[in-house]
Design a protein around this ligand. Structure first.
Ligand SMILES: Nc1ncnc2c1ncn2[C@@H]1O[C@H](COP(=O)(O)OP(=O)(O)OP(=O)(O)O)[C@@H](O)[C@H]1O
Length: 247
């Protein structure tokens, strides 16, 4: 996880480690769990290996998700509260914020970042939290000028939408890099020619031609996620998504 100050002069990087439960293959092979987490330290103890000396590593955060039924299991919500809330806070303070997952195949990157349909990961929670915060700030603003309790819900919704449009701009892009080809997931029509990654002297690296859709609520983003969980985003779904977004 990193947060770069908007002017690019200072960067702060934090690293978190999460240990996932054993998968079925590992259970069938009777693989032992060789990691133990205490606070922000992770101990690796292969005591069955005579030549191994236990090792300790320290990170900013260590999350123990090895035993699903243990009360100490680091849940999706717990991890979002530790990592995601900070990101939202810094983004609202004007910092560029970035979070990414790194690890070998099957280590739990997608699970942690996207989660499952009924146990959402960091990205959906981040999006929701960002819109919740926007809504709260807008409501506070409106409350300043008028008594929000005395206005009916439909009217509040209209006022919030207007105020949102004049105060905030939220854009979403969604792409994958597979076999070194960049694919725009919100516009598969672009797939005929792989998109190029270029570098802007001021803004840094960017994907040339990538769709950037303006979104006004978490609903649209959750719709994208819904499709991501159930079906591959294809031309029809991406068209639908584009219609839902304010272009
Ligand atoms: N913390 C966790 N709790 C419960 N199950 C988990 C956890 N982390 C991962 N899993 C499960 O482990 C399996 C592999 O996880 P996942 O697909 O997220 O790995 P990945 O690192 O994204 O793999 P790849 O690089 O191959 O895409 C999935 O079945 C996932 O549900």
């Amino acid at each position: 996880m990193s947060m770069d100050q908007a002017n690019g002069t200072e960067a702060h990087v934090q690293v978190a480690v999460r240990a996932r439960p054993l998968n079925q293959r590992e259970i069938d092979l009777k693989s032992p769990i060789i990691v133990a987490i205490h606070g922000s330290q992770i101990f690796i103890d292969k005591s069955q290996d005579k030549h191994h000396t236990p090792k300790t590593f320290s990170y900013d955060f260590c999350f123990d998700s090895t035993h699903l039924n243990n009360s100490s299991y680091a849940s999706q919500e717990f991890i979002f509260n530790k990592l995601g809330l900070e990101i939202v806070k810094h983004a609202f303070e004007g910092y560029n914020a970035c979070i990414f997952a790194y690890g070998q195949t099957g280590s739990g990157k997608s699970y942690t970042m996207m989660g499952s349909h009924n146990d959402r990961g960091i990205i959906p929670r981040l999006c929701q939290s960002m819109f919740d915060r926007i809504e709260n700030e807008l409501k506070q603003d409106i409350n300043h000028d008028m008594d929000i309790e005395s206005i009916d819900n439909e009217k509040i919704h209209d006022i919030l939408s207007l105020k949102f449009a004049s105060t905030y701009r939220v854009e979403v892009s969604y792409f994958e890099i597979y076999n070194e080809k960049v694919r725009d997931l919100l516009n598969p029509n672009n797939n005929h020619h792989a998109l190029k990654v270029r570098e802007n002297k001021i803004l840094g690296p960017y994907v040339d031609g990538l769709s950037q859709l303006v979104v006004t609520s978490y609903l649209v983003i959750s719709f994208v996620e819904e499709y991501r969980f159930h079906v591959e985003i294809n031309v029809e779904t991406s068209d639908l998504i584009r219609e839902l977004c304010v272009l």
